[in-house]
Design a binder for this molecule. Structure first.
Ligand code: BGC
Length: 357
């Protein structure tokens, strides 16, 4: 009896650890489609997910779509569909460009999980795993409000805005969350955007490109004569680190230093931005621990494979045009020079060497 129990226990442990069935050589295949390798976060997302899925016993087909190349991403997803992946996890470059390709997935009974960015206009998307994107924007807006003490100081204060591309659904949430905090101060005149560029379309950055953000910052600087000795600029709301790096470079090129740099926000805690926080160039970034998101996706994949309930914590927010996609939202956290050691080094996300100046 004892022996039987021991064997049973062993079996249970094996199925828990090897949900993907690697033990008998018939590993279930999971496709992971990432947008680009040019931004650090997606490399980190891809490798964390591959490692965690393989540990759970799955065979992983991880693909990066060149440098945000939509036809490449479509072709890679089509290969995953033809290659018998049971689940495909996708961080879309353009959330609206996958409708056709994903029809094949639905026809073949493949489950699609949208990763970080929602896939629009497709009924083939079953789940969405991301961070609370609205909260990211609220965190950035609140940081500027508190740093400038907008509720008490007389003002006016001067700010410019850089957000992501309009084809990334997250952009609406980052921009919307930040504006929900800052717009009342803009309306009352305490916060002034001298360029008058305040709509999402005017503040958008193609492909989240650092170079595009830098060019736009340089144009705004010359049109408004911003400079350490010129017109005052108190804050730059940037939706992520690549746009923050572009804005920072533009400001550095006209002579701003750590002593007089406006308050610049960011997101991702990419290494260059962590270094800029240590140098005093960037005031904050929003940390989205890709290990947590990867772990959540592995949990979803396990549940899908076993046919058990997939755990979600939001069933109202993310409508992709054809209905609300059940989502799991992880918590974003504000990081500054005061807590980066605890959040990024002590947690093992980076080594000291990773962010050494
Ligand atoms: C992600 C951000 C990232 C940006 C650029 C967004 O969809 O949520 O974390 O900075 O894309 O890659």
């Amino acid at each position: 009896m004892k022996k039987i129990l021991a064997v049973l226990a062993g079996l249970i442990i094996c199925t828990a650890v090897f949900a993907g069935g690697a033990k008998d050589g018939s590993a279930i295949k999971v496709g992971v489609s990432m947008p680009t390798q040019s931004l650090q976060r997606w490399n980190q997302d891809g490798s964390n997910m591959k490692a965690q899925l393989e540990k759970a016993g799955y065979q992983v087909d991880l693909q990066y779509a060149g440098d945000n190349d939509i036809p490449t991403q479509v072709a890679q997803i089509e290969n995953m569909i033809m290659g018998n992946c049971k689940v495909i996890v996708i961080a879309a470059i353009d959330g609206s460009s996958l409708t056709e390709a994903l029809k094949g997935a639905k026809d073949r009974g493949i489950t699609v999980i949208a990763y970080d960015r929602l896939i629009m206009n497709s009924d083939a998307v079953s789940y969405y795993a991301t961070f609370d994107n609205y909260k990211v924007g609220v965190t950035q807006g609140s940081f500027i409000r508190d740093a400038l003490d907008l509720d008490n100081a007389a003002g006016p204060f001067y700010m410019e805005i850089f957000t992501g591309p309009t084809d990334d659904n997250n952009t609406n949430f980052f921009f919307g969350g930040a504006m929900d905090i800052l717009k009342p101060y803009m309306d009352s005149g305490k916060l002034v955007v001298r360029s008058s560029q305040t709509t999402l379309a005017q503040c958008a950055t193609l492909n989240w490109s650092m170079e595009e953000a830098q060019k736009r910052m340089e144009n705004i600087i010359s049109a408004n004569r911003y400079g350490p000795e010129g017109t005052r600029l108190d804050a730059v709301l940037c939706s992520n680190d690549s746009t923050a790096n572009g804005a920072t470079n533009g400001l550095l090129s006209v002579g701003y230093t750590a002593e007089n740099m406006p308050i610049i926000t960011g997101q991702d805690c990419d290494k260059p931005s962590v270094k800029n926080m240590i140098r005093g160039y960037q005031a904050m970034s929003v940390f989205k621990d890709t290990r947590t998101l990867a772990a959540k996706v592995v949990e979803m994949v396990n549940a899908i494979v076993k046919g058990t309930t997939v755990s979600v914590n939001d069933t109202t927010t993310y409508d992709n045009g054809l209905g609300v996609v059940p989502s799991f939202l992880c918590e974003p956290v504000a990081v500054t020079v005061d807590n980066y050691k605890e959040m990024l080094i002590d947690s093992g996300y980076y080594t000291e060497a990773d962010i050494a100046l």
